[in-house]
Design a binder for this molecule. Sequence first.
Ligand code: GLV
Ligand code: MN
Ligand code: MN
Length: 415
Amino acid sequence: MKLEIDERQLSLEIEALAAISDVEPPAVTRIVFTPTDLKARDWMISRCKEAGLAVRQDAIGNIFARWNGTEPTAPAVGTGSHIDAIPNAGKYDGVVGVLGGLEAIRALQRSGFRPKNSIELLVFATEEPTRFGIGCLGSRLLSGTLSAEAAAKLKDRDGESVDEVRRKAGFNGILQHVKLPKGYYKGFVELHIEQGPLLERAQISLGIVTSIAAPASLRISIEGAGGHAGGVLMPDRKDALCAAAELILAVENAARSSGTVDTVATVGVCDVFPGAVNSIPSRVGMTLDIRDTDLARRDGAMQTIERASRDIAAKRQVSIQSELLNADAPADCAPEVRAALAESCRQHGFSFLEMVSRAYHDSLFISRIAPTGMLFIPCRNGYSHRPDEYAAPDDIARGALVLAESLAKLSGSSQ
Ligand code: GLV
Ligand code: MN
Ligand code: MN
């Protein structure tokens, strides 16, 4: 089997998808179920149909594009990622796995390969937590990690529920039916940019993921007392933003003092009310994102933050409430998928590094229901979630080639 990735076509498609965005290039913003996201999804579905794939969408908007194998009722071999993008993101996060996956399928088709098990491209809905506060909603539902009832009730910042928003976007199916039947996938492989600097620094072509770190996130509300910035003297204040500032530093400290660099914690949202120059902040809404490769250590850091929060609330006489949005366990990648990826790398003489994924991915949840692996390609300076995110076309093509060969291996040929 001689496989050739069409690097030029793949680059053109990445550029075309990046142009479907709510902000000026090179930045990309594509929040799930906005008109821009819906346009990108239509564009993606057209590309899949052009490749002769059978397309269906489920009730949360996961897109499945299937190349039927000679044993069409046998479990499929899956690949894919996401096309939603956080505000002011880059072009490659998620997209490389979706368009790279499509190109891997097209390369297999051009080579004359005929799959035994069907090969399916999966475009996961709402991987990013921007809109509903929780990441990987599509794969949580597919894997049954989150119930349809709980998912339907999640709300966006405007107070609209997942159920309302998805219906307005035209997804009226039954959410309970999103969960995949047992044994749906024989194996799953996600191609993704590394989102860290290790491959580039070590000048290694590809990363084979061994495990995916455990993410957790919380919404924190701080309530103090507002008032006139001139009239209220310092001893009388219950400034919610000052309490938030202390808590943010406590978050940083909890991660820094865990004894390893593997604990990371971030406050990425801090909404101040009323947000006027001469008014003492009475309310602050913030988010906490905390991750670790070790579940117990992550939970330990969360407890440290919880204790700090109680102390700060008592000292500053404010109320601090936190709502846990998710606290997921880490996942190990499947030996058979890792072996397929490694074998392909060795055959081509591509160097590879076995590494942990510190970012989360839909594969974290798909790994609960199928043998799953991930392949990383380098990205410049490790930049991601920013407009200057960049992956070189030849690196992307190399990843798509190894992906294609691994999908072929997992599917088996009918010839
Ligand atoms: C995914 O986008 C993550 O935040 O890890
Ligand atoms: Mn992302
Ligand atoms: Mn991603």
